[in-house]
Design a protein around this ligand. Structure first.
Ligand SMILES: [Mg+2]
Length: 209
């Protein structure tokens, strides 16, 4: 892709920028919901609880982590370097996410506010914000998110969910990159999606679009 104008990169938030594996494992251990043999992975924590019919515990754990413990979650490796480079190269970067405002169970944490705080505190360096807050959009539904990707005219959008990138309303002019850090979607290349397994590969992936 060789654009002759500012490139606009749109980014999903959950499981694309923010890596929940460590914090889910840590909090589940703290609460005595799992033992230390469960692998350090959000999905392994979920599967362990589901195997024991503790679906409600899993739902409540999500509300607690997303509402109260985001400060213990890290960006994926390479995210900060990517954002610094994008800022240095004068790219426009937006975060476009869909996320419920409150958890399905348990205390009514404001999940949008918690996520914004994480972005403010976590996605910055000595020079300031890596993504300006006015370029951060949290919507409550997937159609609203997809409309935003279109109205913002993102040239590229990175998301960990194929269902977003292949949705019928996904803008034709936006190139889709499927972020797949755990190699779950190797079969998706046949669907026309471009896969990226690590943020350090972004340049290479972008160059091939
Ligand atoms: Mg996501």
């Amino acid at each position: 892709m060789k654009p002759n104008r500012r490139v606009h990169i749109g980014l999903d938030f959950d499981n694309t920028l923010i890596d929940y594996d460590g914090v889910f494992h840590q909090v589940a251990l703290e609460k005595g919901l799992i033992d230390e043999h469960v692998p350090v992975s959000k999905m392994a924590v979920r599967d362990s609880l589901r195997e024991r019919d503790q679906e409600d515990d899993w739902t409540e754990l999500q509300g607690y982590v997303y509402g109260m413990r985001l400060s213990d979650a890290a960006p994926y490796q390479g995210v900060l370097d990517f954002l610094k480079k994008a800022r240095a190269e004068d790219m426009t970067v937006s975060i476009v996410s869909h996320k419920t405002r409150h958890p399905y169970r348990g205390p009514r944490y404001d999940l949008h506010a918690a996520a914004r705080k994480w972005i403010e505190n976590g996605l910055c360096d000595d020079e300031g914000a890596l993504v300006p807050m006015e370029r951060v959009y949290f919507h409550e539904t997937k159609p609203e998110k997809i409309n935003r990707i279109g109205s913002e005219k993102c040239d590229v959008f990175v998301d960990d969910l194929p269902e977003i990138l292949t949705a019928s309303g996904f803008p034709e002019s936006t190139r889709a990159i499927l972020f797949d850090p755990s190699f779950h979607h190797r079969d998706m290349t046949s669907s026309g999606l471009t896969l990226m397994h690590h943020w350090r590969d972004f340049d290479t992936v972008l160059a091939e679009l």
